[in-house]
Design a protein around this ligand. Structure first.
Ligand code: 5GP
Ligand code: ZN
Length: 114
Protein backbone atom coordinates (compact mmCIF):
# COMPACT_ATOMS: atom_id res chain seq x y z
CA UNK A 1 0.00 0.00 0.00
CA UNK A 2 1.66 3.21 -1.13
CA UNK A 3 0.18 5.31 1.69
CA UNK A 4 1.13 2.85 4.45
CA UNK A 5 3.95 3.96 6.80
CA UNK A 6 5.01 0.39 7.54
CA UNK A 7 5.05 -0.59 3.85
CA UNK A 8 7.33 2.46 3.46
CA UNK A 9 9.60 1.04 6.19
CA UNK A 10 9.62 -2.37 4.45
CA UNK A 11 10.52 -0.68 1.14
CA UNK A 12 13.24 1.40 2.83
CA UNK A 13 11.71 4.72 1.76
CA UNK A 14 11.01 5.51 5.44
CA UNK A 15 14.07 5.02 7.69
CA UNK A 16 13.90 2.78 10.74
CA UNK A 17 16.25 1.27 13.30
CA UNK A 18 15.93 -2.31 12.16
CA UNK A 19 16.78 -5.21 14.46
CA UNK A 20 15.68 -8.16 12.30
CA UNK A 21 14.84 -8.97 8.68
CA UNK A 22 14.03 -12.08 6.70
CA UNK A 23 12.03 -12.77 3.52
CA UNK A 24 8.70 -12.46 5.30
CA UNK A 25 9.04 -9.94 8.14
CA UNK A 26 11.04 -7.14 9.72
CA UNK A 27 11.41 -5.82 13.27
CA UNK A 28 12.48 -2.30 14.19
CA UNK A 29 12.49 0.06 17.16
CA UNK A 30 9.29 2.03 17.77
CA UNK A 31 9.78 5.74 17.02
CA UNK A 32 8.03 6.70 20.29
CA UNK A 33 9.10 4.00 22.76
CA UNK A 34 6.65 3.29 25.59
CA UNK A 35 9.20 1.21 27.52
CA UNK A 36 13.02 0.86 27.60
CA UNK A 37 12.64 -1.90 24.98
CA UNK A 38 9.91 -1.27 22.41
CA UNK A 39 10.26 -3.10 19.12
CA UNK A 40 7.63 -3.63 16.43
CA UNK A 41 7.52 -6.79 14.33
CA UNK A 42 5.57 -6.71 11.08
CA UNK A 43 4.96 -8.94 8.08
CA UNK A 44 6.37 -7.50 4.84
CA UNK A 45 3.01 -8.32 3.29
CA UNK A 46 0.43 -5.59 3.86
CA UNK A 47 -2.14 -7.17 6.19
CA UNK A 48 -4.36 -4.32 7.48
CA UNK A 49 -5.03 -5.75 10.95
CA UNK A 50 -5.38 -8.89 13.05
CA UNK A 51 -8.92 -9.18 11.65
CA UNK A 52 -7.56 -9.52 8.11
CA UNK A 53 -5.32 -12.54 8.81
CA UNK A 54 -6.38 -15.49 6.65
CA UNK A 55 -5.55 -19.17 6.45
CA UNK A 56 -2.75 -18.42 3.98
CA UNK A 57 -1.02 -16.42 6.73
CA UNK A 58 -1.00 -19.21 9.33
CA UNK A 59 2.62 -20.26 8.69
CA UNK A 60 3.75 -16.63 8.69
CA UNK A 61 1.99 -15.99 12.01
CA UNK A 62 3.67 -19.03 13.55
CA UNK A 63 7.09 -17.96 12.27
CA UNK A 64 6.55 -14.49 13.74
CA UNK A 65 6.06 -16.15 17.13
CA UNK A 66 9.42 -17.91 16.80
CA UNK A 67 11.15 -14.67 15.78
CA UNK A 68 9.57 -12.90 18.78
CA UNK A 69 11.16 -15.57 21.02
CA UNK A 70 14.59 -14.95 19.47
CA UNK A 71 14.22 -11.18 19.64
CA UNK A 72 13.24 -11.33 23.33
CA UNK A 73 16.52 -13.18 23.94
CA UNK A 74 18.59 -10.79 21.83
CA UNK A 75 16.97 -7.71 23.36
CA UNK A 76 17.73 -9.02 26.85
CA UNK A 77 14.14 -9.20 28.11
CA UNK A 78 13.46 -12.95 27.91
CA UNK A 79 14.48 -13.64 31.50
CA UNK A 80 13.01 -10.51 33.10
CA UNK A 81 9.76 -10.83 31.16
CA UNK A 82 8.08 -8.89 28.39
CA UNK A 83 4.76 -8.22 26.73
CA UNK A 84 3.56 -8.81 23.16
CA UNK A 85 0.68 -6.55 22.13
CA UNK A 86 -1.51 -6.26 19.09
CA UNK A 87 -3.81 -3.25 18.99
CA UNK A 88 -6.75 -3.90 16.66
CA UNK A 89 -9.24 -1.29 15.50
CA UNK A 90 -10.26 2.03 16.95
CA UNK A 91 -11.02 1.06 20.53
CA UNK A 92 -8.07 -1.32 20.50
CA UNK A 93 -5.85 1.71 19.90
CA UNK A 94 -4.57 0.77 16.45
CA UNK A 95 -3.07 3.81 14.72
CA UNK A 96 -1.18 2.18 11.83
CA UNK A 97 -3.23 -0.03 9.49
CA UNK A 98 -0.56 -2.67 8.87
CA UNK A 99 -0.48 -5.69 11.19
CA UNK A 100 2.16 -5.39 13.90
CA UNK A 101 3.04 -6.76 17.30
CA UNK A 102 4.60 -4.53 19.93
CA UNK A 103 7.36 -6.23 21.95
CA UNK A 104 7.68 -4.31 25.21
CA UNK A 105 10.02 -4.81 28.14
CA UNK A 106 12.81 -3.45 30.27
CA UNK A 107 10.55 -2.32 33.10
CA UNK A 108 7.66 -3.67 35.14
CA UNK A 109 4.55 -3.25 32.97
CA UNK A 110 1.23 -2.36 34.57
CA UNK A 111 -1.96 -4.34 34.14
CA UNK A 112 -4.71 -3.79 33.10
CA UNK A 113 -3.65 -1.55 30.21
CA UNK A 114 -5.23 1.90 30.00
P1 5GP B 1 -0.47 1.07 17.04
O1 5GP B 1 -0.86 2.34 17.72
O2 5GP B 1 -1.06 1.00 15.65
O3 5GP B 1 -0.68 -0.16 17.84
O4 5GP B 1 1.11 1.13 16.88
C1 5GP B 1 1.76 1.93 15.94
C2 5GP B 1 3.13 2.20 16.49
O5 5GP B 1 3.94 2.67 15.44
C3 5GP B 1 3.17 3.29 17.58
O6 5GP B 1 3.72 2.74 18.78
C4 5GP B 1 4.03 4.38 16.97
O7 5GP B 1 4.88 4.99 17.92
C5 5GP B 1 4.82 3.64 15.91
N1 5GP B 1 5.17 4.44 14.76
C6 5GP B 1 4.37 5.28 14.05
N2 5GP B 1 5.04 5.81 13.02
C7 5GP B 1 6.29 5.27 13.05
C8 5GP B 1 7.44 5.42 12.22
O8 5GP B 1 7.46 6.15 11.23
N3 5GP B 1 8.55 4.72 12.57
C9 5GP B 1 8.57 3.88 13.67
N4 5GP B 1 9.72 3.25 13.92
N5 5GP B 1 7.51 3.70 14.46
C10 5GP B 1 6.38 4.40 14.15
ZN1 ZN C 1 1.41 -1.69 4.82
Amino acid sequence: MSDCIFCGIVAGSIPSKQVYEDEEMIAFHDLYPAAPVHVLIIPKKHIPSMLAVTEEDYVLMGRMTKVIQSLAQELGIAESGFRVVNNCGEEGGQTVGHLHYHILGGRSLGWPPG
